[in-house]
Design a protein around this ligand. Structure first.
Ligand code: NAP
Ligand code: ZN
Length: 352
């Protein structure tokens, strides 16, 4: 075991403070990574503040962070894909059983025995896993991704959650040229959804509550921007979408978007508000519309997404911050004031 520097919270209402955690020495197929950048996902905030207490109660102290990019510093004896000095990335999962039908299908995110990167039982050290708000992490090779060499590293970190979480449903629902696609909520996930839908050739419409984001939405690849509080603008799009991706972190009127779908259209939730969203069934029945959800993506698809980003030169738009600004970043995220993902420069942790 060795000591790692990290930032943790000790309760749902506390601030992040510097701390020291233990990591295991790399055994067998483990890869040890020096973390260079870690994105801040809204899920980190939900988890740090125990907002998902029903589904996934938070164990404190909690070290979040599942958008990790770094450099390999040590490898276990049976590692074959990585060597010291390679760039490497880790997303939301660090282990799964590898044998169940979900794992066999490349859908490790649905494995009943998976291990999430933080706040999940740690099979090696006991207690819970600790995430990427830290200077290092040790992860099984199967859950370590290759980082294309042409991408900016600070902007690559958010691809490991915000990227795959939006790429996966866009692919699954057949978004291509000629499709009309809506993206609801221009935050970390939403802005990646816009970039991917645009790169896939769709006609992209962004729905935002923030009029100040209109110009950015167009620059990111939207063809149209609708301010969702404007009923007239909303009405113009009734019954017209093939697919809508909803990436909103708070309760909102989902029926307004269901009614914008064309026949057989689908709306997929990736946003995970803590309370249930009431769904008007008639909106679904009358045009055979569907309402579904999606959870991150499997490891092979995550690598495919990174390679797609490499080919299309896509990274997240990030505001790089020192880790000392973590608490401030959380408050800004709650105000929808992120352009469009915070990425922590882990060099700042060296001074702690
Ligand atoms: P984020 O950066 O905070 O963005 C959320 C956006 O939602 C905001 O920027 C805002 O966009 C919009 N919004 C916020 N409050 C709203 C409200 N009251 N009504 C309407 N719109 C509102 O969050 P994120 O990191 O993208 O995460 C979004 C959600 O996805 C979170 O719930 C997170 O936990 C979840 N998530 C799910 C998965 C998965 O696998 N399914 C993976 C990662 C994250 P505008 O300013 O444009 O309105
Ligand atoms: Zn996330």
């Amino acid at each position: 075991m060795f000591k790692a520097k990290a930032y943790s919270v000790s309760s749902a209402t506390s601030q992040f403070v510097p701390t020291t955690i233990e990591r295991r020495d790399p055994i067998a197929d483990d890869v040890q990574i020096e973390i260079l950048y870690c994105g801040i996902c809204h899920s980190d905030l939900h988890q740090a503040r125990n907002e998902w207490s029903g589904m996934m109660p938070t164990v404190y102290p909690c070290v979040p962070g599942h958008e990790i990019v770094g450099r390999v510093t040590r490898v276990g004896p049976s590692v074959t894909k990585f060597k010291v000095g390679d760039l490497a990335a880790v997303g939301c999962m660090v282990d799964s059983d590898g044998t169940c039908p979900e794992c066999q299908a490349g859908l490790e995110q649905f494995c009943p025995n998976f291990t999430l990167t933080y706040n999940f039982p740690d099979k090696h050290l006991g207690g819970v896993t600790y995430g990427g708000y830290s200077d290092s992490i040790v992860v099984k090779e199967r859950f370590v991704l290759r980082v294309p060499s042409n991408l900016n590293l600070a902007g690559t970190a958010p691809l490991l959650c915000a990227g795959i979480t939006t790429y996966s449903p866009l692919r699954r629902w057949g978004v291509t040229k000629g499709k009309k696609v809506g993206v609801v909520g221009l935050g970390g996930l939403g802005h990646m959804g816009v970039k991917f839908a645009h790169a896939l050739g769709a006609h992209v419409v962004v729905f935002t509550t923030s009029p100040s984001k209109k110009e950015d939405a167009l620059r990111l690849g939207a063809d149209e921007v609708v301010i969702s509080k404007d009923a007239n603008e909303m009405a113009k799009h009734a019954g017209s979408f093939d697919f809508i991706l909803d990436a909103v972190a708070a309760p909102h009127d989902i029926n307004a978007y269901i009614n914008m779908l064309a026949r057989d259209g689908n709306i997929t939730m990736v946003g995970a508000p803590e309370q249930p969203l009431p769904v008007g069934v008639f909106g679904l029945i009358f045009r055979r519309r569907s309402f579904s959800g999606s959870l991150i993506g499997g490891i092979a698809e995550t690598q495919e997404m990174l390679d797609f980003c490499s080919q299309h030169n896509i990274v997240a738009d990030v505001e790089v911050i020192p880790i000392q600004k973590l608490n401030e970043a959380y408050e800004r995220m709650l105000k929808s004031d992120v352009k469009y993902r915070f990425s922590i420069d882990m060099a700042s942790l060296k001074s702690e």
